[in-house]
Design a protein around this ligand. Sequence first.
Ligand code: URP
Ligand code: ZN
Ligand code: ZN
Length: 474
Amino acid sequence: MRTLIKGGQVVTAVDDYVADVLIDGETIVAIAHDIQVDADKMVDAKGQYVLPGGIDPHVHMRMPFAGTETIDNFTSGTAAATRGGTTTVIDFPLQPRGQGLKETLDKWHGLLANDEPMIDVGFHMIVTDLSDGKLKEVPGLVDEGVTSFKLFMAYRNSLMADDETIFEAMCAAGENGMLTMMHAENGGVIDVLVRRALAAGKTGPKYHESTRPAKAEAEAVHSALAIAEIAESPVYIVHLSAEESLEHVANARKAGQPAYAETCPQYLFIDSSVYDLPDFEAAKYVFTPPARAKHHQDALWRGIAADDLAVVSTDHCPFCFADQKRMGIDDFSKIPNGGPGVESRLQLVHDGGVRTGRISLNRMVDILSTTPAKLFGLFPRKGTIAVGSDADIVIFDPSRKETLTVETQVSKVDYSSYEGREVTGSPTLVLSRGEVVCENGAVVGKAGRGRFIKRAQHLGTLPGTPITNSIRIS
Ligand code: URP
Ligand code: ZN
Ligand code: ZN
């Protein structure tokens, strides 16, 4: 099957030019001006951007949390991703304490196979416990294409790893070419603040914010950077939300430390005023870290522009308002933490970042696709538009307006964090390895066509398909 995309504005992290793009099977095979070949499908992309498919390196499908599970499985979650121009997601097998890493990975492979994803999926490993020789399993993970850990400095008695485990995991990551992703919040401080709030009768969802202060995040970011430096290992701070945390990352980077960080749309577009919403509505915004005061947003945008924030991921972690969030109706600490977002990232960042002049179009592609591909061992197979790369492509109309709403959402979750927000710029066609998976907002991809993708080591390359047959393009 050959697809020819005609006359679009091809935008990568570094290029911006008008060209035709020819796809043969799953692969981009030619990029040139005015390609004249027979194709099974012609796409007129005049006036539209031709972007590399988004890579969202932080999503949670079927994540067990607080006695429930995120509402999207790999089928609905990956379908939702296509609507937002995302063609690869990286999810998180979660090691229950005492269980082996390989055993955990095998379980998640079972879930993935059962669910039939629509787009390609990679895995990071959430490590909670490295006792009893589990460290020896680390090289095996790399062989399986799982080349990053996630560690938690919060959620004692469930996800939280102690400093010893964090240090050992980071050392092993460094030795094995892996990247450690860190959920940086001081769990001990937060636990005390939560206990005190509840004891004082402060049980509503608004207290999620005041019990997880920015300083508790910044302190943990500082600590994570220091431990990574001692371990001589690269570190990636996930869902960074606060100006003071960003300062620590910026300082570490200035000093030459291999330190990276991501933020998420919820920290760029939602501020802490949502916690004043009446009638338990604030529970929709109980994600962690919480939404911050508005001034943090400007700092985060500056951090993106300056490359101190390397990636915007979504931390898609959807729990339904009607039943799951209500588990914490009498106690905010029992509200499952997380919010949806996998299908609105590109539109929000384009509308609120590019159209406002905060970042360039190239930078948008960089933070949503190219840099995640490079950091997480997917480049250049994914993350760019180049001959030999997977034909993961988004045709994006920069002037097409859409209103974000639960009514048109693909995710199974029952609310949108951005209900009623109008955005300008929308994907019109999304291709995953050459197949149309979403067209004008309608998901048309087949469940089960997505594959598990074995990733290369941190900053390593994953070669695309070599183009062996030269083709006549004119
Ligand atoms: O609230 C959040 N972010 N839930 C997902 C788990 C995590 O910390 O990433
Ligand atoms: Zn986290
Ligand atoms: Zn997360």
